[in-house]
Every structure is written in C-alpha cells, then in structure tokens.
Design a protein around this ligand. Structure first.
Ligand SMILES: Cc1ncc(COP(=O)(O)O)c(C=O)c1O
Length: 375
C-alpha cells in the first residue's frame, strides 16, 4: 500500500498515506556526520562479519544501560537491519518441522521467515478487548512436542501493544517449562508512551539463557535506510548466526556501523523529541478515530501504529478489510494497510509517522468515506 500510495503521489494525486513503516524524520545530524567522517577516513572496506569491535562494545554497553542485560561484546552481533537479525535467529534456532508460536496480530515477516526455515508458524490470536496482549492460556494450549520457539514483538507492529511485565514473566516461565527459545523483537523499544520498555531476557537468568533480544537503529534513530540491527544472546547462538551471515551478507555496511556507534552514544534526550512528537500524534489520531461511529480503537502504548477495528463496516459493501483498504485508497485517497495481512482481520493499520495536518486530513477523508458504507 505504501508503494502504491507513493506511485499515486508521483502521478500528482493527492493521497494521504498512513501506510509508512518508517519514521518521517531525518536521521539526527550527529549520526550523519559520524558516517561522513568514516567515509572521509577511508572506512569503506569489509568489517568483521558480526560487526566492528567498536560497535559491538557500544551495543553491549547499550544493552546493559537500557535493557538491563549484561552481555560481552562477543555475545552481540550486528546485522543488516533488525529484519536480518530475525532471519538469522529463525534460521539458526528453527529446524524443518519445528513449530514457532507467534502471537497475532504480528509483523508478517515472521511467518515468511519461519517458512524459509522449513518451520511451521502456530498463530495464537489476541484481540482488541485484551489490549492485544498475548493470551497465556492460549499460548500454553498451543505448545506441542514440536514447539521450538516463541516469537515476541513488544512494542508491537501492527497493534502498538506493549506486553506488561507480569505477562512477560509468565511467557518466560512457559518457555523455561517447555524448553523453548524466545525470539524477542524489540525494534520499537524507544517509542513507548507512558511506560518504560522492559526486555523479557532481563526478567531472570533462566529466561535470558534461552532468549535472543533484537533491537536496532531503524525506528529509534530514524535510520531505516542505514540497515543496522543488533542482536544479543547466548554465545553459541551468536557464533552460529555469525557463520550463517558470513555466507549471506558478511558484515553490515562499514560507514553505517560508524553512524550506529554515534547513535548509541547519543544521549536519549536527543531522540526524545521524535518520541514526544509520535506521542502527540498518537493522541491526535486516536481521538479523531474514536469520534467515528462504530470504529473501536485501542490506545497504542508504543511504536507508531494504530489498529482500529472497522468490522462494523464490513459484510455489506465490502467482504473484508482488504477490499475496504483498496476502496479507501481508490475512492477516498487514503492509504492504510488491511489488518488481515497481520492476522488481524476486520482492522486497518494506520501509521502516524506523518504530519498532524495529514493525520487530520486523512482521518476526515476516512470518516467521510466510511459514512457512505451501509451498516
Ligand atoms: C516489528 C518489526 N521488526 C523489525 C522490522 C525491521 O527493522 P529493520 O528496518 O531494522 O530491518 C520492522 C520494520 O518494519 C518491524 O516492524
């Protein structure tokens, strides 16, 4: 949908896009300058596959400072975006026929990556009325002798949910009991509203030894195009992932790694402006969506997505959210992503990584368009 919206914009059509999966801010200048300096200094050759020592030291310090997780630099690695971190983890931890529990709605890449490893995704639904928090009984009920791992994403794309610490503890206990790996994707860790981010691996040594924690630069520092992700976990897993990455992409881009070192050195206050702007936009978009009749909205606790339930508008003119999202783009010139692609049917995902003016204009168009649908 994002690509389609961009194409329409290029054709001169006035589209409001809520489809973006990336911050609309520029990368902070200090980070850009660090990468430029690296280029000027001739840092244009290969780095070690798991990343430069300088960056891995900064990553280990970051995990200790922000995630309360103690890792040696050798227990961390750098990949080409958090996406490759997830890929490495799934390839190394999941064998042919293994089952991976994935709480839904979820970022669709997880299922594709489990498929690529020959595994089987076992999708465990949650709902807006539960605040999109994974349901422990359902998770426990989905465990079989073939279950190998649980995939977690907090804060979550597409729902904006954040898993409460108590639930993280219970999920951790479930993993310990059944000897499961936890792949914890925490790429939105800095974008939280009204609470501090908690890493599941920090909750007990027994959880830590079976968890890989994935973070990165893309969302927190507006660095999506730099392609830098981080992963921390047990040394043997890091070694296997390094061997894999060695045959796939080698080390991440050298001068991007220099920029990432600078990103991790920035005082959190330097990215606070972006977080605060997202929070303001969240408040705005949630209040506007709540004013639309029969649209149910969960107030996101993190990331930059809102995932309203529009099922009241389905079943008459439109069969499902995919048809609705297509029509909204064609007729109302508003780009959203249908919830079905995230295993959240009946919902739309709206990214508020866009200006307040666009949020107002886009939600107004959405409301006008929905008003034309018989219920
Ligand atoms: C939940 C989640 N994990 C990982 C990523 C990928 O991050 P990166 O750009 O660092 O590969 C995304 C991007 O949309 C995401 O939403």
């Amino acid at each position: 949908m994002a690509t389609k919206a961009k194409q329409m914009k290029a054709e001169g059509i006035d589209v409001v896009s809520f489809a973006a999966g990336e911050p609309d801010f520029d990368t902070p200048n200090k980070i850009v300058q660090a990468a430029k300096a690296a280029l000027d200094a001739g840092k244009t050759r290969y780095t070690p596959t798991p990343g430069t020592l300088e960056l891995r030291e900064a990553v280990a310090a970051k995990y200790l400072r922000e995630n309360k997780l103690e890792y040696k630099p050798s227990e961390t690695m750098v990949s080409t975006g958090a996406k490759q971190c997830v890929y490495n983890a799934v390839q190394v931890l999941v064998d042919e026929g293994d089952e991976v529990l994935i709480p839904a709605p979820f970022w669709m890449t997880y299922e594709a990556q489990v498929d690529l490893a020959g595994g089987k995704s076992v999708i465990v639904p949650s709902s807006l009325s539960d605040g999109f928090v994974p349901d422990l009984d359902r998770l426990a009920g989905a465990v079989t002798p073939r279950t190998r791992a649980i995939m977690l994403n907090t804060p979550c794309n597409p729902t904006g949910a954040a898993i409460p610490t108590e639930v993280l503890k219970q999920i951790g206990a479930l993993a310990v009991k059944h000897d499961l790996w936890i792949i914890s994707d925490e790429i939105y860790e800095h974008l939280t509203y009204g609470h501090d981010h908690v890493s599941i691996a920090a909750l007990s040594p027994a959880i830590k030894e079976r968890t890989v924690t994935i973070t990165g630069c893309s969302k927190s520092f507006a660095m999506t195009g730099w392609r830098i992700g981080f992963i921390a976990g047990p040394l043997d897993v890091i070694k296997c992932m390094t061997d894999l990455q060695d045959q796939v992409t080698s080390g991440a881009t050298t001068f991007s790694q220099s920029g990432a070192v600078e990103a991790l050195r920035l005082d959190v206050s330097e990215i606070e402006g972006m977080r605060a702007t997202f929070e303001k936009r969240r408040d705005l978009i949630v209040s506007l969506l709540k004013a639309i009749p029969d649209v149910e909205v969960f107030n996101p606790l993190g990331a930059f997505y809102v995932f309203p339930d529009v099922s009241a508008y389905l079943g008459t003119k439109f069969k499902d959210d995919v048809q609705l999202a297509d029509w909204l783009l064609e007729e109302a010139k508003v780009a959203t992503v249908p919830g079905g692609v995230f295993y959240g049917p009946g919902h739309l995902r709206l990214s508020y990584a866009t200006s307040e003016a666009d949020i107002k204009k886009g939600v107004e168009r959405l409301a006008d368009a929905l008003a034309k649908i018989p219920r």
